[in-house]
Design a protein around this ligand. Structure first.
Ligand SMILES: Nc1nc2c(ncn2[C@@H]2O[C@H](COP(=O)(O)OP(=O)(O)O)[C@@H](O)[C@H]2O)c(=O)[nH]1
Ligand SMILES: [Mg+2]
Ligand SMILES: [Zn+2]
Length: 248
């Protein structure tokens, strides 16, 4: 079918080729409505840098983002609440769930209805468990966290698409270890941090990369706690690792 959109990342380096050659684009899925980013409140530890890398790729692909903080039964309530607030303030829908204690599952399933949903996140955060509880007709394989993290191989090797009703599609993807958005330049990156938008136009220089430039309205907004400092650090972290894309 024609691709209306697609979600991709930079292909990870193959064994022994780190630093050599260009990293190609690896496409996860096409024609999707939502990227559902699943993180766990604990075990594995909550990883906001990874979430932010995935939101950047989703924004650049014009795909909606849903954030799930799973395993709330083993997380710290205040921390979960803080993260929920940060992402809600950005404009994202955030669901706090526990498969174990049946929390937030119904609300999440409602948000997935009549859409094509790509689930992604680290191994062990509970993607397959969530999907199996949300849609009892699914039977994704569930792994132990220690096994998933130390085996060197993931239980899911490629993305698996399942239709759960006439208009609802679920795609479970292999656990992500590293995620670098593809094809994003230094100048573009801040456009994909959607909560920076109201401030960006007020920067003194229109080429501002919001790092150290004088008169930067983004930095001012961070100082005034209008933009989350954690999101800003993620921005800097991604910016630091963008390889120069040759200009043709
Ligand atoms: N405490 C707790 N453990 C969970 C929860 N959801 C999943 N798990 C456990 O986390 C481990 C990894 O789950 P799995 O669904 O395979 O994660 P995936 O790699 O993201 O698909 C399994 O041992 C699950 O039983 C939850 O809400 N709370
Ligand atoms: Mg899985
Ligand atoms: Zn700026």
């Amino acid at each position: 079918m024609d691709r209306e959109n697609f979600f991709s990342r930079k292909a990870p380096f193959l064994k022994g080729t780190a630093g050599k050659g260009e990293r190609l684009e690896q496409i996860f899925a096409a024609n999707i409505d939502n990227v559902v980013i699943v993180a766990s409140a604990n075990n594995p530890v909550f990883n906001n840098r990874l979430i932010d890398r995935i939101t950047v790729a989703a924004e650049s692909s014009h795909v909606d983002v849903i954030i799930v903080i799973n395993k709330c039964d083993i997380g710290t309530a205040e921390e979960i609440e803080d993260w929920k607030e940060i992402y809600t303030a950005c404009g994202y829908d955030v669901f706090v769930t526990s498969v174990k204690e049946n929390i937030g599952l119904y609300q999440l399933s409602e948000a997935l209805k009549n859409s094509t949903n790509l689930f992604c996140g680290m191994s062990g955060v509970g993607k397959s468990s969530l999907l199996n509880s949300l849609f009892p007709q699914l039977e994704f394989k569930v792994g132990e966290v220690s096994e998933l993290l130390h085996k060197g191989k993931h239980t899911t090797v490629s993305a698996v698409l399942q239709k759960v009703d006439e208009n609802t599609i679920i795609i479970d993807s292999p656990g992500i270890r590293e995620f670098a958005p593809y094809g994003i330049t230094n100048e573009d990156l801040s456009h994909y941090f959607i909560e920076f938008k109201p401030y960006m136009n007020n920067c003194k220089f229109n080429t501002c990369t919001h790092q150290h430039e004088p008169g930067c309205a983004v930095i001012e907004a961070v100082d005034n706690e209008l933009i989350s400092v954690e999101r800003y650090y993620s921005y800097l972290n991604i910016l630091e690792n963008i390889e120069d894309i040759p200009k043709y």
